[in-house]
Ligand binder design. Structure first.
Ligand code: IVH
Length: 672
């Protein structure tokens, strides 16, 4: 980017960020997520760093946070209200730990961690046990006196509990700091009421809480039902509060609500485990959180370490990775899937989202691109969560320069040049109808070899391409006539790897019927439907000759599925393929009724790795006992089995749906 382009981009970014800010703070509407706005601010800051002459007084990067508003009395904090430095990874937590050790070589890991609440900080001052004032954080040195407003918050005691076992805190000055939060449910109800009354909606609970506290009408504050959770206790004599663990005990005794999840931890590993646990479970909390606060438990040590900038050296905020960011669309290309569907895919300028680099996002189909008006060279907001495929939420139209190019759906397959077709006029998807299109063959072979299908090891993307390019195979059946001498000649293979691949293919010559049906890659047939079809028809010949009526009788099979099955077996290309399989001695075993059906009606999902067997072996075993194996937790899932390092999204879903979980041992007990 040259100077002129940077100038133009900076102007546009400032305008968009200011727009976002205005809507957010003044109109209480959100034009985009906080994460997307942060991403834009980050880009602006980077550009300004590269071109410092372009920094202006009114740039959003030049804002000093928390300036005092007119209307409230200014109050100086006795002790500065600090911010925390954010960290995002285990490496950064470790680096923090090392810095502490360097300054205090005798430090024995002793931390106190709590959920980081997404609200606004407030300092409450009690004198001889009576609430005297409530002050916002402000710029950390001076805040606003919002006493009248915070007195309406039920969770804030107007006097400290007298029966407390810690009498020290009832005399003299006791300062309690904590977070004012609005519960998610109250926020939803408030917005619901506003919808009913035709009022604009609030952006999020934090802003609403902050805006409410700055209202000059305290009756309105009361109506908004805010909450307060304490996290800090300050006395003139700091020896009154030796540790943070003690502070929390005292706070609870004095009548404050504290997070009962807060706990003492004694290693970086424990910090990371605690973070992972709450990253999953945080949806269940009443308020929003985007991370943890981790402090040294020993407060005199904390004091000794001191401050760097605005943050103490003895505490950090561990933040969960944001799931949205902004980037640009470099290009749009067409990917041809195994059933021929032509899917437009956006090539993105690489951007890190939720801890991994995203370079591509699906655009689904032509009409979706039109609906969202996504163009090549657009700046866009990208979303990625868990294992889901990254998606473009929307283009940032205000950042357009005129160099954006509207995407034209090609008329022909980019790989084999066959004209693309729509099966029905109403279909959203264009397809490449050429059965032997190299892209289709490649994806189909990958599908056939995948874990849920034939489970052939060593047949990754690149090896498959090498075999196709060399003309050694054209379809899945050809795999079984491969000779190691042919493969050895290829660049990617040595004698051993060629032999191993042939062995791996031939080891799977005798597939089960459900795996083989699934492996054929018939449209609409997922793992479970393949099982349902196999259980019903018992052998492949019966399925091949099934009529629409017969197919409709299969439990779980609807019109679209039977249509797809009939269409598949009616195609001469597929019939020839199946004959080839048979000639090569590859044919699925007929299903024999299992003697025991003890898991009948029960469905299972596995998250993480099992020790005793592979996930596929467990799935086969569950199915052989009449149970269902699912890939994602749904309403009808009976058990989520947790292996080692379980993924977050399945557990989240199970927590949401109250699905019982099983350990690996419990599963083994059930299927043994
Ligand atoms: S302890 C030295 N505990 O996070 C500051 N803070 O970025 C120690 N916050 O302004 C603060 N939940 O308003 C602490 N459980 C928690 C918190 C918490 C939210 C806020 C707090 C502070 C900001 C620091």
């Amino acid at each position: 980017m040259n100077h002129a382009q940077a100038k133009d981009r900076i102007a546009k970014l400032k305008e968009l960020i200011n727009d976002y800010r205005y809507h957010y703070h003044v109109l209480n509407e959100s034009l985009m997520s906080d994460a997307a706005a942060d991403s834009l601010k980050h880009e602006l800051a980077q550009l300004e760093e590269a071109y410092p002459d372009l920094i202006t007084q009114d740039s959003p990067t030049q804002r000093v946070a928390g300036a005092v508003l007119p209307g409230f009395k200014e109050v100086a904090h006795r002790t500065r209200m600090l911010s925390l430095n954010d960290v995002f990874s285990k490496e950064e937590v470790e680096a923090w730990f090392k810095r502490i050790i360097k300054a205090e070589p005798d430090f024995k890991p002793d931390f106190f961690a709590d959920i980081k609440m997404d609200g606004l900080a407030c300092a409450l001052v009690y004198v001889d046990g009576l609430l005297q004032s409530g002050v916002t954080r402000g710029d950390g040195f001076v805040g606003e006196d919002v006493t009248a407003n915070i007195r309406t918050i039920e969770a804030i005691p107007l006097s400290l509990r007298r029966q407390a076992k810690y009498p020290t805190f009832l005399s003299g000055r006791t300062e309690v700091r904590g977070e004012i939060v609005m519960y998610k449910a109250d926020f939803a109800r408030l917005n619901e009421e506003r919808t009913q009354s035709g009022l604009p909606l609030f952006a999020n609970p934090r802003n609403t809480a902050a805006g409410t506290i700055r209202q000059l009408d305290s009756a309105l504050v009361r109506a908004r039902r805010l909450h307060f959770r304490a996290y800090d206790l300050l006395r003139e004599d700091s020896l009154d509060v030796p540790t943070n663990e003690f502070a929390y005990q005292v706070l609870a005794e004095l009548g404050f609500s504290v997070n009962h999840q807060a706990k003492r931890l004694s290693s970086v590993k424990q910090i990371m485990d605690f973070a992972a646990e709450w990253e999953h479970k945080r949806q269940k909390l009443e308020f929003n959180t985007d991370g943890l606060v981790v402090k040294l438990n020993d407060r005199s040590l904390f004091e000794r370490l001191g401050i760097a900038g605005k943050a103490p050296k003895g505490a950090i905020a561990y933040k969960y990775a944001a799931e949205q960011a902004t980037t640009t669309v470099k290009d749009i290309f067409i990917s041809i899937g195994r059933t021929g569907v032509a899917t437009p895919v956006a090539v993105l300028a690489p951007v890190v989202i939720a801890g991994s680099t995203v370079q591509m996002a699906t655009l689904h189909n032509e009409s979706e691109i039109k609906r969202k008006d996504i163009r090549i060279n657009d700046s866009v907001i990208v979303h990625k969560a868990g294992d889901i495929i990254p998606e473009i939420i929307e283009p940032l139209i205000k950042l357009r320069t005129g160099k954006e190019i509207e995407f034209q759906m090609p008329s022909h397959c980019p790989i084999c040049k066959t004209a693309l077709v729509k099966q029905k006029a109403a279909d959203a998807a264009w397809r490449c109808p050429n059965r032997s299109c190299a892209s289709r063959a490649w994806k189909q072979i990958q599908h056939f070899a995948s874990k849920e299908a034939m489970d052939i090891e060593g047949l990754g993307e690149k090896n498959t391409i090498a075999l196709l390019d060399a003309g050694l195979i054209k379809d899945t059946a050809d795999l079984y006539s491969l000779k190691k001498e042919q493969i050895m000649g290829l660049e990617r293979f040595a004698v051993v790897s060629a032999r191993k691949l042939v062995e791996a293919i031939n080891a799977k010559k005798d597939p089960t019927l459900p795996r083989f049906i699934y492996g054929l890659g018939i449209r609409q047939i997922g793992v479970q439907t393949a099982i349902d079809l196999a259980t019903h028809f018992k052998n492949l010949e019966a399925l091949m000759n099934a009529t629409g009526d017969e197919l409709d009788q299969v439990e779980g099979v609807g019109g679209v599925v039977s249509e797809a099955v009939i269409e598949y077996f009616a195609e001469p290309y597929n019939r020839r393929l199946l004959e080839k399989f048979k000639r090569l001695g590859v044919w699925p075993k007929p299903v024999i009724q299992t003697a025991t059906n003890k898991l009948s009606g029960k469905s299972f999902v596995i998250s993480g790795t099992l020790k005793a067997m592979s996930r596929e072996e467990a799935a086969d075993k569950i199915r052989s006992l009449g149970g269902k194996f699912q890939s994602a937790v749904a309403k009808d899932t009976n058990y989520l089995v947790l292996g080692e390092n379980p993924g977050g999204s399945k557990l989240d879903q199970a927590t949401k749906l109250n699905t019982p979980t099983l350990t690996e041992d419990e599963l083994l007990h059930l299927i043994d």
